[in-house]
Design a protein around this ligand. Sequence first.
Ligand code: LLP
Length: 439
Amino acid sequence: MRFTGTMKVNAKGNLEIGGCDTVDLAQNFGTPLYIMDEAYFRANCRAYYGAFNKHGADAVYAGKSLLTLSICRIVDEEGLSLDVVSGGELYTAIQSGFPMSRVYFHGNNKSADEIRMALAAGVHRFVMDSFDEIDLLDTLAQEVRLIANVLLRLTPGIEAHTHEYVRTGQIDSKFGFVVPNGQARDAVNTVLSRENLQLRGLHCHIGSQIFELKPFGDAAEILLSIARQARDENGWVCEELNLGGGLGIHYAEGDDPPSIADLAGTVIRTVQDTAARFSVPAPKVLVEPGRSISGPAGTTLYTVGSVKTIPDVRTYVAVDGGMGDNPRPALYGSVYEACLANRPLEERTAKVSIAGRYCESGDMLIWDAKLPLPRVGDLLAVGVTGAYNYAMAMNYNRFPRPAMVLVRDGEAELIVRRESYADLIRNDVIPGRLRKQHD
Ligand code: LLP
C-alpha cells in the first residue's frame, strides 16, 4: 500500500493519518472505521480548482462518490460546484447549506417529487436524460412559473476502457440521448421548443476509473459537433460543455492515471481548438470528478478477528467488515492494497487473503495480500476507500454501517456516527396482528 496524503509511520511505529495514530482511532471510535484525510481531500479539490476554475472552467464534485453534511461543507469551502443525483443527495446539500447556485441535478429517472424539490430549492442546472424527463421538467416548471436551466446528457458513442458496469459512453447505455442516431439532435430541438426550459449546454459522462485522456477529447469533439449543428440549424449557442467525471486513480500496483492538470490541459485545449475549427464560440468547460477527489483521501480500518490457514491452499484473514462497507471487490472485482496499521513497517513475509464477515463466499476484500503474518487483534488499514465505499455501504446481514472520522492536524472528529442496532430496526414496523400480547 502506498503512503499518500498525510499518511506516515509515527514514533510508536504505527500508521498515522492526519496526525492521528490509527491505533488510537480504533480504540476511540471502534472498527470498522472510515478515516477521511481532510488535508488530502482538500488538496484534491484544490488541484481541480487550480486546473479548471482558475481558467474559466468549473469543477463539479460528484457527490455520488461520497456525500455527507461535512463533505458538502468542505466542497463548498473549496469553491467547487456539486453534482447530486437524487432527492437524498440534494437534501444533504440543502441541509448543509450548500449554495444551490452551484448545484447540478443529475439522474436518469428523476421523480416528479425530486424535480419539484429541486425547482423549489433553485438548483443551478438540471441535466436531462430522456424525452419523458424533458416533458416532466417542462410541465413542473410551468406549474411553478419558473424557467429551468437545462443541460442535455448525450451518449457520444465512445467506449472507454474500464469495467463494464461503470462504462457509460457507449450507445447501448441506459443513460442519455444517443448522438450517432440523431436522438441528441432531436433532444436539442425539443428543449429549444419548450417555454419553461432554457438550454444552456451539453453534457456527457463516458465512464469511471479511466486512465486515458484521449476519450475525453474525443467526447468533447462529438459534443461540439452537436453544438455546431444546433447553431447552424437554430442559431443556438452552447454556453457550457460538461465532460463528466471519470478520471482514474491509483488503487494498486499497475494503476497509473494521468494527473488532474493533464486532464485539464487536454479537455480545455481540445474544446478551444475544436470550437475554433467549428467556428462556434468556445463554451465554458465543466468536469464532474468524484473518485479522484474523495477516493485517495479515504482509508478503512478493520480489526483482524481470525486467521485460518488451510495447508497448501491459502490463509484467510477475517476482518470485522467487508462487502457491507466496501462492496467494490465483490461487485467489480476491484483490487485494493493494505497494511497492518499497528506494524506497518514489518517485513511482508506472508501471502494472505482478507475475508469479510458477510455470509457470502464472494465477500473477499483482498486476494493474496502481501503482509506480515496477521494475528488476531491486529489492525488492517485498506487504502483508497474514500470513493464509492461509504456511498455504497449496505446493511446486509444486519451489520450496522461504520462511523467516519475526519482527521486533520492531530484531531479526529466524527462526521458520520456508527449505526446502532436501534438504527437497524428504526424503520421496522410490526402490524398489530403480529404483536406479542403484552406489547
Ligand atoms: N458524472 C456523472 C454523470 C457520473 O455518472 C459519474 C459517476 C461521475 C460524474 C463521477 O465519476 P468519477 O469521477 O467518480 O469516476 N460505483 C462505481 C462507480 C460508478 C460511477 C458512476 N458515475 C465504482 O465504485 O467504481
